[in-house]
Design a protein around this ligand. Structure first.
Ligand code: SF4
Ligand code: SF4
Length: 373
C-alpha cells in the first residue's frame, strides 16, 4: 500500500494505549502502508508544521485516533487536510491493534510500495476548543454572535474558529446553540457534543433561551430534526436523479463536447479507480471483497482507465451500462422526436469497443449488463 495512515498518539498515554499504537504501526508497515505517527491531533498547536504536511496529502488517508471518527475527520479537515477520502478509526473502540488494522487495511488501496513509518515528536499541551463539522454547518453565524470571546469569525465566506484558544476550558456552550449540530468538542463528556457516532446535538428550549438572552434576538434556525435532514438529503438525491435523467436522455444531436464538459462529465478518479459508480456495481465489488477477494483483485474503473488495470492476470472484465441497447421507452421517445442515436447506447458500444481493444491478446472473460445492438 502506498497511501497514508496517520496514527495520532494519546495524550499522556498509559502502557496499554502505547502498546496498541506501536502494534498498529508495525502491522501497517508490514502491510505496506506509509505511516505518519503524530502527537494527539486535537491537541497539536495550530502553528504545527504537521498541518503543512496534512495539507499536501492527497488520495485516500486513514487516521487512527483516540477520539470519535467525526471530530477526528473535522480536526484534520479544519487544518486543511486535502485528502479526497478519509477513513477515521476510533482507537478506543479497537479491542486490539489487529482489529484496528483489519478495518484500515480493507480501506486503503494497495499500491505495491514498501511500507514505512515516520514519527514526528512534538510537544503538545492539553487544549479545549470547538471543531466545526462543515458537512453540517450552514453558516448561520449563531456561534459567532453568541460567543463573547471572539473565538468565531467569518473567514473567506465561512464561519471559522479563528481564535480557538480563546475558548473557555470545559465550556461547550456554542455546541448547544448551533442549530445544525455542527460544533464538536471532542473531549466533552456529553456524547452528542463529543461527536460520538449516532448522536447529534440539537438546541433545546434552554439553549434557545440562553441564545436569545445573550444575543437579543430569537434563535432563528430550527430545522435540525432528523426528518428535515432526511428531506434535505432526499432533495439532493432528486437533483442528482434529474441530472442523470437529463444526461441519459440526450441524443447525438447534442454535441459530444457538451456531454463531456457539461451534461455528463467524468468524476475525477482516485488513484485510477472510479470515485463514483452505480450502486449495483459497488454492491458487486463489496460482495467479492466479502468473499475473500482483495482490493488488488477487484477494481472499478471508467473506460478511460481500463488500460491501467487490465493485464495478463485479468480473468474477467465486467461492463456495467444503463440502457445498453437504447431501446427503453424514454430512449425511443427521444430518438423518435429528435432523430440521432441515444447516448447511453452510443457510449455502451464505445465501452465494449475499448474493453475489447484493451483485453487484447489476453482474452479474459467478458461479461456485462446487456449487449449493444
Ligand atoms: S452556529 Fe453552527 S451552523 Fe451556524 S455558523 Fe456556527 S457552526 Fe455553522
Ligand atoms: S464554548 Fe463558549 S467560549 Fe468556547 S467558542 Fe463556544 S461560546 Fe465561545
Amino acid at each position: 500500500m502506498s497511501e497514508m495512515l496517520i496514527v495520532s498518539r494519546a495524550l499522556d498515554a498509559d502502557d496499554a494505549s502505547r502498546r496498541i499504537e506501536d502494534q498498529l504501526v508495525a502491522l501497517a508497515v508490514a502491510g505496506g502502508a506509509q505511516v505518519l505517527v503524530v502527537p494527539h491531533i486535537y491537541h497539536l498547536a495550530d502553528g504545527s508544521a504537521l498541518w503543512d504536511e496534512a495539507q499536501a496529502l492527497a488520495g485516500r488517508v486513514a487516521v487512527a485516533a483516540w477520539m470519535s471518527p467525526r471530530p477526528a475527520e473535522w480536526t484534520l479537515r479544519s487544518h486543511g487536510l486535502a485528502a479526497d477520502e478519509l477513513l477515521a478509526v476510533d482507537l478506543r473502540e479497537c479491542e486490539s491493534a489487529e482489529m484496528c488494522w483489519a478495518a484500515i487495511a480493507q480501506w486503503l488501496i494497495p499500491g505495491g510500495a514498501a511500507g514505512g513509518a515516520r514519527e514526528v515528536a512534538e510537544a503538545v499541551e492539553e487544549r479545549w476548543y470547538p471543531v466545526a463539522d462543515y458537512s453540517r454547518c450552514i453558516g448561520c453565524g449563531h456561534c459567532m454572535q453568541f460567543c463573547i470571546f471572539g473565538v468565531w469569525a467569518e473567514d473567506d465566506g465561512r464561519v471559522v474558529a479563528v481564535a480557538p484558544d480563546n475558548c473557555k476550558a470545559g465550556c461547550p456552550a456554542c455546541a448547544r446553540i448551533c442549530p445544525k449540530g455542527a460544533i464538536i468538542f471532542p473531549m466533552c463528556d456529553e456524547p452528542a457534543i463529543a461527536g460520538v457516532p449516532g448522536t447529534i446535538m440539537e438546541p433545546d428550549d434552554e439553549a434557545r433561551h440562553m441564545y436569545t438572552e445573550r444575543v437579543g434576538v430569537p434563535h432563528g434556525v430550527q430545522e435540525t430534526s432528523p426528518v428535515h435532514d432526511e428531506i434535505d438529503s432526499l432533495i439532493d438525491e432528486l437533483d442528482d436523479m434529474l441530472d442523470g435523467m437529463l444526461a441519459a436522455s440526450q441524443t447525438t444531436l447534442t454535441p459530444r463536447p457538451m456531454m463531456d464538459w457539461l451534461l455528463a462529465p467524468r468524476s475525477a478518479p482516485v488513484n485510477g479507480r472510479a470515485k463514483v459508480a452505480p450502486l449495483g456495481l459497488r454492491r458487486m465489488e463489496a460482495t467479492l471483497r466479502a468473499a475473500g477477494f482483495t482490493a488488488e483483485d477487484v477494481v472499478v474503473v471508467d473506460d478511460a482507465h481500463l488500460h491501467e488495470v487490465i493485464g495478463p492476470k485479468t480473468r474477467v472484465v465486467g461492463v456495467s451500462a444503463g440502457e445498453p441497447c437504447g431501446l427503453g421507452m424514454s430512449s425511443t421517445t427521444m430518438t423518435g422526436v429528435t432523430g440521432g442515436a441515444i447516448y447511453p447506447h452510443v457510449m455502451t458500444r464505445r465501452l465494449w469497443y475499448w474493453a475489447d481493444r484493451v483485453r487484447g491478446s489476453w482474452r479474459p472473460t467478458r461479461t456485462g449488463s446487456g449487449q449493444p445492438a
